[in-house]
Design a protein. Sequence first.
Length: 290
Amino acid sequence: MKSYFDITGDGGSDVLGQVARQRARIKENLSGVRHMVAIASGKGGVGKSTLTMQIALALRAGGSRITILDADLNGPSQARLGGLSHAPLVPGPAGLSVPASRAGIGILSMGTMIPESQSLEFDSVAEGDSHIWRSTREFAALADLLATVAWGDLDFLLIDLPPGAERTFQYAEFFGEGTAFVLVTLPSALARGVVSRSVSALRRAPNRILGYIENMSGYLCPGCGQVKPLFPTADDVDLDLTHLGSVPFDPQLAALSDAGEPMPADSPSEALAATRSIASRLIQELEKTS
Ligand code: ADP
């Protein structure tokens, strides 16, 4: 039996060549995309997916061409948020074509291909697959998508990232320095503490961090009409980032998100106004730094 010590070089696999070729294909395939922006946090449940969709809707209303890449392969949300359930990727002349929501936002999400009742499973190489192996498979699957999907000409490719502070850094490395980052937090010390870890991890990467969004910053009490705090505000955890805006908790937004419907354009919702203002701020920041 051969051991690793008997293998000289790459054993004839040309693994480095394969990686270089795939990188080149990805670069070429994404050449029509103007801005790549990852929406991250480190923390789960803070509203990354919801705000990714809200920002996409606001940018779309301004005439931009947008696709959302739901990088959370195992916990996809964008299919539901975009009101798409069964919409597989269809092969076309330029590659796999991305389904679009009724609002005209391209949505690449495992959720359009696999029903919510099923989890995404990667074939095992051994019993008790390690976490590391699974995450390697996830990155390989994402790389295949980046290389084979017909992204076309886009103003924005928004990437909805899964949680995990260290993973946030891994995604920065994976997508490369051309991808800018936006972090989402809640006002609480718990959430800001985790986001702070993500920021410190991200500072090791060359990627631009455009700033942070504070989500669920207060709740409009329907009974008394006042905005009340949902979480204790933790100003003592300094994120040392540009504050792009704050979005209040809006029960209508939660309900419409579950139903995969956008807010009516004339809604008086403060959350809608806040996400529109954040979208314009994002454009300003991207133009400032690019
Ligand atoms: P994450 O992507 O960070 O895990 P989600 O976007 O899935 O978080 O949001 C978690 C839950 O909170 C969802 O049910 C979503 O509808 C709700 N939610 C997020 N932000 C708001 C908001 N500003 N107002 C109302 N509900 C919100």
